[in-house]
Design a protein around this ligand. Structure first.
Ligand SMILES: [Zn+2]
Length: 498
C-alpha cells in the first residue's frame, strides 16, 4: 500500500501559499464564488445582472393589459466605417421599415430622402440618435403563448441588432433599458470565474502587489514605532529634530481648526484621524507629503538616509493586503466577499457556512462544494486549529500546525488502504485538544488505513491499538525494541519501558 509521510515543514516554496490553499478550502471557495457569487456594483450597491430575453418578457408580463409599448434597438455601430446610408439600406433589406431619428418615427425611405441627414458620414462619426423600431405591442387582455413567443422573438432581435441593447419604449415616453452585457452604473464588470479569485494567477491577482499583499513603501510601524504616544508627545518619529520637527510644529499650530485630539495616544485615534495624519488637509501637509518631499530631493544624502530608515514591506495600498484585484471583491456569497471570509477564524467560517441562506437554485449548485468546504473546516477544528484564518501565510505556521493542516488535507481526500506516518502531531497542540486529535487519527484508521505515530504524549500513546516502545533510553542508549503489543499489556511485560 502507498505510504504517506505527513510532514511538519511547509513543502511549498510559494510565498503566496496560505492556510486556505494548503488545505484546498480556498480552491473550493473560488469555485463557489464563481458559480453562485453575486456581483454587487460598488456605485449603487445593486446587483449586476446580464439581462436575458426572459427578463424583458417578465417585465412586459408585469404591465397592465392594454399598455402600448415599442421594442426598440439602437442603431448598431459595430461596422464603424460603414456610412449611415449603407447601414439604413441594409436595414431595409433585412425587412425593417421604420427608424426613430432624434426620437421621431419615420419610414427608412423617408429618412434617406431627408436632405439634412448626414448620409455620407460613417457610423463612427454620426452624432445623431438613430434607433430601429423592431416591434410595436399592445398587451392584450388575455395573452396566449403564441403572443409571448412573438414578444420573445422581437426582444431577441432587438438584442441582436442593438448589440446587446434593447429598449422598451412606453407611449408616455418612459424608456426601460435592458442590456445583455454584464454592466451597471456605467461599469463593465467581470464575469465571476475561478481565476478571478486566484491570487496566484495574474488574472485575479492585485495588479499592484501581484497577489503578495505587501509592497515596498513607508512602513507605518517605523514611522510610529510607539503607538502609546500621542502626536504631541512625538508619536510620529520622523517629525523630530530641528529640521523635520517643523512639520510637527506646523501641525500642532493648526490642529484646533479641525478638532484633532493631539494628546490622545496614536493607538486610540480613530481610523479617520490616523488617516488624516498621513493625507493632511487644507490646513497642514501630512506624512505622505513629508516623504514625497524627501523623494523629490534624492540627491541629498540625508533624504536617502531618512527614506531608507522608514521604508519597509507594507500592506499593499491598492488591495489593502487582500491580494485580489478589486473586481473580485465585488462578488458576494451570503453577503460577504471572499476576502472577508479568509479573515475569519476556521470556527467562525464554519458557522458562517452552516447558517448561510441560499435560494433553492444556488443551494442545488453549491451543495457539493459546501460539503467539501464545511467538512475540511470541521477537520481543522477537530485537530485544534479552529483559530487559524484561511488567509494566514503557510510560512508563518509552526511545525505542529503545518503537520496537522496536512493531516486535514489528507482526511479531505478520503484516501483508503494507505499507510500514514506522523511525527509528533501533538507538538504545539493544547492538551484539551488531544482527544480530538486522537479522534481524527482513529477516523483515518476507520477509513481503512494504517496510521503510524511517533509520539511522547501519553494520552495519544494510551489510545494506540498497537504499541512499539524503542528504548530503553534516548539516543545511543536506545535503539532496541523494548516492548511491542497492545497498550494494556505494557505494564505486565516490559519493566524498562516508559
Ligand atoms: Zn495589492
Amino acid at each position: 500500500c502507498p505510504a504517506i509521510a505527513i510532514e511538519q515543514k511547509v513543502s511549498t516554496s510559494n510565498a503566496r501559499s496560505t492556510v486556505g490553499t494548503l488545505t484546498e478550502i480556498y480552491d473550493y471557495l473560488r469555485l463557489l464564488y464563481a458559480r453562485i457569487g453575486r456581483t454587487i456594483s460598488p456605485v449603487s450597491g445593486r446587483e449586476v445582472k446580464r439581462h436575458q430575453v426572459s427578463d424583458v418578457v417578465d417585465y412586459l408580463k408585469g404591465l397592465a393589459p392594454g399598455t402600448r409599448v415599442q421594442v426598440v434597438a439602437p442603431l448598431p455601430r459595430k461596422y464603424a466605417d460603414r456610412t449611415v446610408e449603407v447601414e439604413l439600406k441594409l436595414l431595409l433589406q433585412k425587412g425593417y421599415t421604420r427608424v426613430f431619428i432624434g426620437g421621431e418615427l419615420m419610414h427608412i425611405e423617408d429618412a434617406l430622402d431627408r436632405p439634412d441627414l448626414p448620409k455620407g458620414k460613417t457610423l463612427a462619426e454620426l452624432d445623431w440618435q438613430i434607433e430601429l423600431l423592431v416591434d410595436r405591442l399592445a398587451l392584450p387582455e388575455e395573452a396566449d403563448d403564441s403572443f409571448w413567443v412573438r414578444v420573445a422573438d422581437s426582444v431577441n432581435t432587438a438584442f441582436y441588432e442593438g448589440e446587446g441593447n434593447c429598449v422598451i419604449w412606453h407611449a408616455d415616453g418612459h424608456r426601460e433599458a435592458f442590456n445583455n452585457r454584464f454592466e451597471l452604473d456605467g461599469i463593465e464588470f467581470l464575469e465571476p470565474n475561478p481565476q478571478l479569485f486566484n491570487f496566484n494567477n495574474p488574472y485575479g491577482a492585485c495588479p499592484k502587489c501581484q497577489g503578495f499583499s505587501k509592497v515596498m513603501g513607508i512602513d507605518e510601524d517605523k514611522v510610529v514605532p510607539d503607538k502609546t504616544l500621542s502626536v504631541y508627545e512625538g508619536a510620529i518619529a520622523c517629525w523630530k529634530g530641528d529640521k523635520y520637527g517643523r512639520w510637527l510644529d506646523a501641525f500642532l499650530a493648526v490642529a484646533h481648526h479641525f478638532d484633532f485630539p493631539v494628546h490622545t495616544p496614536y493607538e486610540e485615534l480613530t481610523e479617520a484621524q490616523r488617516e488624516l495624519l498621513w493625507t493632511g488637509n487644507e490646513y497642514f501637509r501630512g506624512i505622505n507629503d513629508f516623504f514625497k518631499e524627501l523623494e523629490e530631493k534624492l540627491y541629498k544624502i540625508q533624504n536617502r538616509v531618512m527614506l531608507a530608515r522608514y521604508r519597509g514591506r507594507t500592506n499593499c495600498p491598492e488591495c489593502k493586503g487582500k491580494r485580489l484585484r478589486k473586481e473580485a471583491t465585488w462578488v458576494k456569497v451570503g453577503g460577504k466577499a471572499i476576502t472577508e471570509l479568509v479573515d475569519l477564524p476556521a470556527d467562525e467560517l464554519l458557522a458562517f457556512f452552516e447558517n448561510i441562506e441560499l435560494n433553492e437554485h444556488d443551494r442545488t449548485i453549491a451543495r457539493r462544494l459546501l460539503v467539501e468546504i464545511t467538512q475540511r473546516l470541521r477537520f481543522m477544528c477537530d485537530v485544534g486549529l479552529e483559530y487559524l484564518t484561511l488567509g494566514r501565510l503557510s510560512n508563518t505556521l509552526s511545525g505542529g500546525e503545518t503537520q496537522r493542516l496536512n493531516l486535514t488535507r489528507t482526511l479531505g481526500s478520503n484516501l483508503t488502504s494507505s499507510l500514514y506516518i506522523l511525527d509528533e502531531p501533538s507538538v504545539g497542540l493544547h492538551p484539551r485538544d488531544t482527544n480530538r486529535l486522537v479522534g481524527v487519527l482513529k477516523a483515518l484508521r476507520d477509513l481503512g488505513n494504517t496510521v503510524v505515530v511517533v509520539e511522547h504524549e501519553e494520552d495519544i500513546i494510551r489510545s494506540a491499538d498497537y504499541l512499539i516502545d524503542i528504548g530503553p533510553a534516548a539516543g545511543v542508549h536506545g535503539g532496541e525494541v523494548v516492548f511491542a503489543g497492545p497498550f494494556d499489556e505494557i505494564f505486565a511485560k516490559a519493566n524498562d519501558s516508559l
